[in-house]
Design a binder for this molecule. Sequence first.
Ligand code: SF4
Length: 123
Amino acid sequence: MEKQIKEFTCIRCPIGCQLRAEIENGAVVSVTGNQCKRGVEYAMSEAVHPVRTVTSTVRAVGGVRPVVAVKTVPEVPKERIFEVMAAIRSLTVSAPVRIGDVLLKNAAGTGSDIVAAANLNQR
Ligand code: SF4
């Protein structure tokens, strides 16, 4: 039986509990250090399938600013972040843009969309 200990800082709230997950045969069997159950959920997800929200900006033409803030929805697998960033860098959109607009579907084949996180009015 393969046993492993992984330690994480919970990022679900500003307290930042230091979590310790015990993993046996690829499954989390116990979590300690959490002050609430969200920490258990975070440790279980982080131990087996870590994901992150990627935030960045996309080039925009015809807007009052040259870029618009974006984020990934849903979160992307941690190991695919560089591919998603490359997809974001290759993107150019035209103003106007509204919060929630999907600017790129299925970025880098991850199933996550690149979504506007701010409004951008036309010049
Ligand atoms: S375990 Fe709960 S209290 Fe601790 S950082 Fe995570 S969300 Fe916050």
